[in-house]
Design a protein around this ligand. Structure first.
Ligand code: UFG
Length: 316
């Protein structure tokens, strides 16, 4: 959320201690914004004092301090209090929403553009993203003083080039690349490849993997768009290129120099064969395009993994 026109441009970042959040906070700082972060530590490790370890490292990397409050976004009273304290007035009517390509459900055509039908997604996560998209669109329609940019993320992977911040899923990773990199570092024995009988070149699932730093920069572009009083706008954040599970394994083997054993198991329920973006609208209207390719994604992921074999709980 941003309050356009304010002297020190503060941006409230919810969930800012997490993987995408921490990388976005770093990009905000570098672009001259003042992020104010709230997070409930659901998927973040505590560092010194009250700071999440991820944000302590963002401070170290940028040499700037981050305003942070431990808070649950469902805690209305606390949120109101924060708004009063940091913004004096409740004049925040600009927001960037983190949506997901999962709102498209099973693709009717590829690549997916923003006009592809949404809502037929079956999992609760996708449905919740879809419902919130709908609510924000209704709000902007009904009240023209609101502006919103809905960003449909494809598959963010990789880490900041320093290797100091990255993805640190708690428990067994659900997503492909955190799992693959934990196999590469020896934390897990072998990858389970969820099906090799899809209608794709090598039979494994195809996704549009995007470097998390590119994704974070997409938010800066979105904030600039809000300044134009843009109403509600929707953009895919992807590269436009799809890679299969086996191509990803190979790319990670190349980046890490490690063999990544895998076994093929049954398909995972709810998975689609292929999902990748047409990212041209974001280029046209936001001037944003993904700059970092697959090799960089895997090299940066590997650097983070190697330097932090147990994620943020590792001794730096
Ligand atoms: N995969 C495996 N083995 C694994 C994990 C994943 O073979 O251990 C495969 C999947 O079948 C898929 C590909 O790797 O083909 C990518 O899987 P991810 O879970 O990394 O990504 P998805 O596109 O399936 O998931 C994304 C988001 C989720 C979101 C989901 C909803 O990352 O947050 O879309 O569809 F919930």
């Amino acid at each position: 959320m941003s309050r356009a026109g304010a002297m020190a441009e503060k941006v409230l970042v919810t969930g800012g201690a997490g993987y995408i959040g921490s990388h976005t906070v770093l990009e905000l700082l570098e672009a001259g914004y003042t992020p104010v972060v709230i997070d409930n530590f659901h998927n973040a490790i505590r560092g010194e004092g009250s700071m999440p370890e991820s944000l302590r490292r963002v401070q170290e990397l940028t040499g700037r301090s981050v305003e942070f409050e431990e808070m649950d976004i469902l805690d209305q009273a606390a949120l109101q209090c924060l708004f009063k304290k940091i913004m004096r007035v409740h004049g925040v009517k600009n927001l960037v929403f983190s949506s997901s390509a999962t709102v498209y459900g099973k693709p009717q055509y590829l690549p997916l553009d923003e006009s592809h039908p949404t809502g037929s997604c079956t999992n609760p996560y996708g449905k919740s993203k879809f419902f919130i998209e709908e609510m924000i669109q209704d709000l902007c329609q009904a009240d023209k003083t609101w502006n919103a940019v809905l960003l449909r993320y494809f598959n963010p992977i990789g880490a900041h080039a320093s290797g100091h911040i990255g993805e640190d899923p708690q428990g067994i990773p659900n997503n492909l690349m955190p799992y693959v990199s934990q196999v590469a570092i020896g934390r897990r024995e072998a990858l389970n490849v969820f099906g090799n009988d899809y209608d794709t070149e090598d039979g494994t699932g195809i996704r549009d993997y995007i470097h998390v730093v590119d994704l974070a920069k997409g938010h800066i572009a979105a904030l600039r768009k809000l300044k134009e009083q843009c109403g509600c706008r929707i953009y895919n954040l992807g590269t436009g290129t799809g890679y299969s599970v086996l191509q990803m394994v190979q790319a990670m083997e190349k980046a890490s120099g490690k063999k990544i054993p895998y076994k093929v198991v049954a398909r995972r329920e709810g998975d689609v064969a292929a999902c990748y973006a047409n990212p041209s609208l974001a280029l046209e209207e936001l001037g944003w395009t993904a700059a970092l390719g697959l090799d960089r994604m895997c090299e940066d992921l590997w650097r983070w993994q190697k330097q932090n074999p147990s994620g943020f709980s590792s001794q730096a």
